[in-house]
Write a protein that binds this ligand. Structure first.
Ligand SMILES: CC(C)(COP(=O)(O)OP(=O)(O)OC[C@H]1O[C@@H](n2cnc3c(N)ncnc32)[C@H](O)[C@@H]1OP(=O)(O)O)[C@@H](O)C(=O)NCCC(=O)NCCS
Length: 193
């Protein structure tokens, strides 16, 4: 198995221009420090939607944002963003994806995926492109499998994950209490070829 602690080629790996379903262009690339405000604004907006994430509290401080940035870089995790080149920061960051190592030595071949696309840019194919781009990087660093979980009520996300090759492996029932109701958690995995 490859050495999974090899650094991600931040600042070197080529970006990719994509065409959205509405015909507009976007860029997919590895993240940089200047993206932090946009990334965390997107996260906080999804927390505020109160539908998709098992989180109640937005991330507010610069310290939290910066420590997260250093954790991602130092641990050799992957963070990819989708950028609208016609907007300036922080509005330019319209989606983001992370693939993080599992904190067990024996699961070094597995990556845990998380993804968010800004509300007004959903259903344009950005999620699919983010996953394809990040999966290439994951293969490059020796990941053989990606895992994730989502609420069973998140039909858009489940459709996207199935389309990419993820398969459902089980459900934790009433795993989270969000917005005054219980949510079941669906676990999924994708063996990368
Ligand atoms: C889930 C998410 C990342 C998907 O990103 P996206 O850019 O909208 O994804 P895409 O446009 O590539 O794909 C969405 C797919 O869902 C389909 N879809 C939309 N609404 C749907 C629904 N109610 N049921 C089933 N499929 C649906 C779309 O048709 C599209 O599929 P297609 O390309 O085959 O036509 C985005 O919706 C999001 O950020 N949601 C809020 C945060 C979240 O849920 N994150 C994941 C937590 S696990």
């Amino acid at each position: 198995m490859k050495n999974l602690k090899q650094p991600i080629p931040y600042g070197q790996y080529p970006s990719e221009e994509i065409r959205l379903k509405n015909g507009k262009k976007a860029i997919i690339r590895l993240f940089k420090k200047a993206d932090l405000e946009g990334i965390w604004k997107n996260f906080n907006d999804v927390v505020e939607e109160g539908i998709y994430l098992p989180v109640y509290t937005p991330v507010k401080t610069e310290w939290e944002r910066i420590s997260w940035y250093h954790d991602i870089r130092d641990e050799g995790n992957i963070c990819v963003v989708a950028e609208n080149p016609s907007e300036s920061a922080p509005k330019n960051i319209i989606g983001q994806l992370t693939i993080e190592h599992i904190p067990w030595e024996a699961a070094a071949h597995v990556g845990q995926l998380g993804i968010i696309v800004q509300n007004q840019y959903r259903n344009q194919g950005i999620g699919y492109k983010l996953i394809q781009y990040a999966a290439k990087l994951a293969r490059l660093i020796g990941k053989q499998k990606l895992i994730l979980s989502t609420f069973t009520s998140n039909k858009m996300a489940i459709h996207l994950y199935n389309k990419c090759g993820f398969q459902s492996v089980g459900i934790y029932r009433h795993q989270y209490f969000v917005n005054d109701r219980f949510q079941d958690e669906l676990m999924m995995e994708w063996f990368l070829d």
